[in-house]
Ligand binder design. Structure first.
Ligand SMILES: Nc1ncnc2c1ncn2[C@@H]1O[C@H](COP(=O)(O)OP(=O)(O)OP(=O)(O)O)[C@@H](O)[C@H]1O
Length: 308
């Protein structure tokens, strides 16, 4: 549904995105992850036909991004990272404005607006002024406007940024609903945990380079050779830390107030030996937990060496 071939963008002599190759299949929810300034919005704005590529090309729903921008716009619902509205615009007028832009007829528009408002739980705000809505509701309204022309592809730039936890949960639930409706979704975020449970695949971008991408399970597996162990000491902390530090398999060590998080390049046997060594040295622990990597672990592992 979305393909990038050698996409790159320079702003003057600054390279914001190098050469990205990417493929997102129909029905996927692709999480585009990277810190501020990594090149997410630049890539997204290209796919939304708002920016020309310096090199490479892209296809969305069978339409060439640069050769057939009108076709791409018809296929895409785009949510920018920030959006403005005219003063004095009511919720239904905002949606009507976009529906007219997509050349949807008057009677059809009324029905569509009611449907998307219902889907996004905004029916009761239909005649309110947009500027009077809470941030969470504004984000939902912006999501609603991406749906008015029923596009197969949604491209959402940080849809949950600045929202409180409850509103973020609502956005996630909506994404799941939209996926069930068969939409292909590209969603960007710099908050990793935000995307962990709603994506089917992810791409990690850092300084304009796509460092890794693929189905979320295979990305986890690729870093699975590094084990993340959380240890809670009761006593013998110093001896415990010194054993960890002298372990050849140690890749990183994070000392938190409540626990120690060690990343070790080892297998089950290696972990068992380490645990034995700690116990033999008299270190007392209330937990030694080999936990599954989180999206954050994936990100830290993948970007290692590139993030200064
Ligand atoms: N119009 C522009 N002119 C010059 N530099 C730009 C322009 N737009 C973006 N950049 C630069 O390109 C780089 C990538 O920016 P981009 O907005 O794509 O990153 P991002 O990953 O979306 O970050 P954020 O999460 O902060 O939005 C940044 O260093 C940014 O300063």
């Amino acid at each position: 549904m979305i393909t990038l071939r050698g996409f790159g963008k320079d702003y003057g002599d600054f390279t914001a995105v190098e050469n990205i190759d990417l493929q997102i299949d129909a029905g996927e929810v692709f999480g585009f992850i990277g810190p501020n300034g990594a090149g997410k919005s630049t890539t997204i704005r290209f796919l939304a036909t708002l920016l020309r590529a310096t090199r490479g090309s892209g296809m969305v729903a069978g339409c060439d991004v640069m050769g057939d921008p009108v076709g791409v716009r018809q296929a895409v619902g785009y949510m920018p990272d920030n959006f403005g509205v005219y003063d004095g615009m009511r919720v239904w007028e905002f949606l009507d404005f976009f529906a007219v832009a997509y050349k949807i007829g008057r009677t059809e528009r009324k029905q569509i607006i009611d449907n998307v408002l219902e889907l996004l739980d905004l029916s009761h705000k239909k005649t309110d002024f947009v500027n009077g809505l809470s941030r969470g509701m504004k984000q939902r309204l912006c999501l609603a406007k991406t749906l008015v022309h029923d596009p197969p592809v949604l491209i959402l730039d940080e849809p949950a940024s600045g929202l409180d936890p409850r509103a973020r949960v609502e956005v996630k639930a909506l994404l799941k609903e939209l996926r069930k409706m068969g939409k292909t979704i590209l969603i960007s975020s710099h908050i990793l945990t935000e995307l962990a449970d709603c994506c089917t695949s992810i791409g990690i971008i850092e300084r304009g380079q796509l460092l890794m991408h693929g189905p979320i399970d295979s990305v986890y597996q690729q870093i699975r050779r590094n084990r993340i162990v959380e240890i809670q000491f009761i006593s013998g902390n110093e001896a415990g830390l010194s054993i960890l530090r002298s372990s050849e398999s140690l890749r990183s060590l994070e000392i938190l107030p409540s626990r120690v998080v060690a990343e070790l390049e080892t297998d089950d046997e290696g972990l068992a030996l380490l645990l034995e060594e700690l116990i033999r040295a008299g270190v007392r622990m209330k937990s030694f937990n080999d936990r599954d990597p989180t999206l954050e672990d994936v990100f830290m592992t993948v970007t290692k060496g590139l993030v200064s």
